[in-house]
Design a binder for this molecule. Structure first.
Ligand SMILES: Cc1cc2nc3c(=O)[nH]c(=O)nc-3n(C[C@H](O)[C@H](O)[C@H](O)COP(=O)(O)O)c2cc1C
Length: 365
């Protein structure tokens, strides 16, 4: 299996190129990213089609969804499929989760055979099922276990090892700085940090002052993450951050052009997107082809494509009616037709989103 490359129409190509002119590569440890704006890992979303689409649309690199070290070690087919990377993907890392040093080390060796540019450990997942076994953000609690875990995994790996953490377990135990120091001593190449505690889950706001303070210490390259849901917020952060790079998760679901638009420092004044319904429709067709090639099963195509298309519609006029229609579609072809009619009817409509309202307030990191 390998995805067939697609080209953009001249109109969309021209718009993309205008933003790409602002792109500047950034090196984190030994890995070069084409831009400092990276797609964050998202379970059930960051598979090959979506990662590749986001790279096509300017993401400097991407990370897989979290993959269970035990599933890998048991040779579970569905788990192993999650490690696959397409040859068209340029800069992609694989994220593992688990709690056991030996299991994580064995899984890292298997994951590396799928040729990621790096392997990341999930240390931010707040979900009970993961945390109760000692994985995800529970790893931030037992910090004496971290150096042996990092060193064991690294001793069997050839690609860089990285970690994605939260600020701490709770407000009274915000030990991210300590963990970054341990990470440096154990040869971790960079740290991504979501600016919330585990207890916060997805409530409140990401604490960017906290992130910037750690970034200012220059212990390791830091990737800041949290609440960069709009090109204005992202562009603003990009211009003032001490982090080497930024990660975007949910923002890329409602605006697939966020990686491009955030690069333009004048965007904040414009407050108007260049990307219209017809551009969304072109991007959706591309995504559809990618999904079809990776998951030839009709049901998978319907399920995978529909949820993304509905998110992409967020904020456009009549998106609620479109969502109902798309979810009522019984076949992928029906959903495709409904999407075509909707996005092509949008003309020059702009999106209107209330960013103060919660969006997707649960996740694995
Ligand atoms: C649906 C969903 C799934 C997620 N899955 C993962 C995951 O597999 N691994 C991980 O480290 N973080 C995961 N996260 C957390 C995001 O990577 C990110 O840290 C968080 O959403 C904050 O960034 P944002 O405000 O840009 O969304 C997930 C988040 C969401 C919303």
């Amino acid at each position: 299996m390998s995805i067939t490359p697609q080209s953009f129409s001249p109109t969309l190509r021209e718009k993309i190129s205008r933003f790409e002119a602002f792109k500047r590569p950034v090196k984190l440890g030994s890995i070069e990213f084409s831009s400092p704006l990276i797609l964050a890992p998202m379970a059930g979303i960051c598979n090959i089609p979506y990662r590749l689409l986001m790279e096509d649309l300017g993401a400097g690199g991407t990370v897989s969804e979290l993959v269970s070290c035990h599933g890998i070690n048991h040779g579970n087919k569905r788990t192993l499929d999650m490690l696959k990377i397409d040859p068209l993907e340029k800069v992609v890392g694989l994220q593992l989760f688990g709690e056991d040093l030996e299991a994580m080390t064995r899984a890292a060796v298997v994951a590396e055979s799928f040729k990621p540019k790096w392997i990341d450990i999930n240390m931010g997942c707040p979900v009970n099922k993961v945390v109760s076994k000692g994985g995800g953000s529970a790893l931030m609690k037992e910090i004496t276990a971290l150096a042996p875990l990092f060193e064991s995994m690294r001793s069997k790996m050839n690609v860089p090892l990285t970690i994605k953490i939260r600020t701490g377990w709770d407000q009274d135990h915000r030990n991210a700085l300590e963990i970054v120091k341990i990470a440096r001593e154990s040869g971790i190449e960079w740290v991504a940090i979501h600016g919330r505690t585990r207890t916060q889950q997805y409530t409140g706001f990401a604490d960017w002052n906290f992130i910037e303070d750690i970034a200012g210490e220059k212990i390791l390259p830091l990737i800041g993450n949290g609440d960069l849901h709009h090109p204005v917020a992202t562009s603003d952060r990009l211009q003032k951050t001490k982090c080497e790079a930024l990660m975007i998760a949910r923002g890329a679901l409602r605006n697939p052009f966020i990686f491009l638009e955030s690069l333009d420092p004048t965007y904040a004044q414009k407050r108007k997107s260049d990307f219209l319904g017809a551009d969304y429709w072109e991007v959706i067709q591309r995504l559809w082809k990618y999904i079809q090639e990776v998951y030839p099963d009709e049901r998978m195509l319907l399920v995978q494509a529909r949820k993304l298309v509905v998110w992409f519609a967020a904020g456009f006029p009549h998106s609620a009616q479109f969502r109902s229609k798309a979810f009522a579609a019984q076949t992928a072809l029906d959903a495709f037709k409904i999407s075509e009619d909707y996005f092509l009817s949008l003309g020059s409509s702009q999106k209107s989103i209330n960013y103060d309202e919660g969006f997707m307030t649960s996740g694995h990191g």
